[in-house]
Design a protein around this ligand. Structure first.
Ligand code: MF3
Ligand code: CO
Ligand code: CO
Length: 251
């Protein structure tokens, strides 16, 4: 069941979304060579509390930290750790979700540590473009599968692959609610878009030709590519409006 949000709920989602975006802005300057992902986690935790909000990932289904930090071949759900020291040329996705006055704002970006080769740079840039193209396909009256169709059409030409096992999701009072938002084309998403729906668009793109992923057996969370290739992701929380979308996770 997809919940349509009313004006009061939408205003609360705007505030939560803005805070999540501000949180990523806040930590961006610290995403540097030599910094541990645990340090980034702790900065996020402090900033979130300072703003009267709660870190949604912490203790969510047993997740042990406040944010997800996914480096290089890690697709998503990387656990911040003192052992993970960022190195020049790494790519790292930082995924933050805050709960403010009972409502969730969920956003992520992939950062390049220092600089990297042009192939990787292009890969990360194209992943961000894929997210924005997916968002642009959203229009009330159209089907949700236009998101995946549009991303697939764009990503296909580079030889990259679109992760299928993790999707975007409805969001509001709950972290994850209906619908599932696929980033590849599937008839499962033959769902009519309506004004007032709020969900995330968060494509995970693998640089290699395999969309396959696996979950760590030791920590139960860390998802990696099966072929060892790099994976990048960007995420926004969006509202369906009269004439398209409003991105809620913007500053
Ligand atoms: N923020 C992730 C998403 O975009 C979910 C993380 S769940 C956690 O849906 F438990 F790993 F934090
Ligand atoms: Co997220
Ligand atoms: Co999400």
């Amino acid at each position: 069941m997809i919940r349509i949000k009313n004006a009061v709920e939408i205003e609360k989602m705007r505030k939560a979304g803005r805070l999540a975006s501000q949180l990523l802005d806040h930590i961006e300057p610290y995403v540097k060579e030599g910094v541990t992902t645990l340090y980034l986690n702790d900065l996020c935790s402090v900033f979130t509390k300072m703003h009267g909000a709660v870190s949604a990932p912490l203790n969510y289904r047993g997740f042990p930290k406040s944010i997800c930090t996914s480096i290089n071949n890690v697709v998503c759900h990387g656990i911040p750790s003192e052992k993970d020291v960022l190195a020049k040329g790494d790519i790292v996705n930082i995924d933050v979700t805050v709960i403010l006055n009972g409502f969730h704002g969920d956003t992520s970006r992939t950062f390049i540590v220092g600089d990297t080769d042009i192939k990787t740079e292009n890969f990360v840039k194209r992943t961000e473009i894929a997210m924005y193209r997916g968002i642009s396909a959203i229009m009330p009256g159209k089907y949700l599968y236009e998101v995946g169709k549009t991303i697939e059409k764009y990503i296909g030409k580079f030889g990259y692959s679109i992760v299928r096992d993790y999707t975007g999701h409805g969001i509001g009072k709950n972290f994850h609610e209906d619908p599932q938002v696929f980033h590849h084309f599937t008839k499962e998403n033959k769902i009519r878009l309506r004004k007032g729906m709020i969900f995330t668009v968060e494509p995970m793109i693998n640089m290699g030709s395999s969309y396959r992923v696996k979950t760590s057996r030791s920590d139960g969370w860390t998802v990696t590519t099966t072929d060892g290739s790099l994976s990048a992701q960007f995420e926004h929380t969006i509202l369906v409006t009269d004439d398209g979308t409003e991105i809620l996770t913007k500053t």
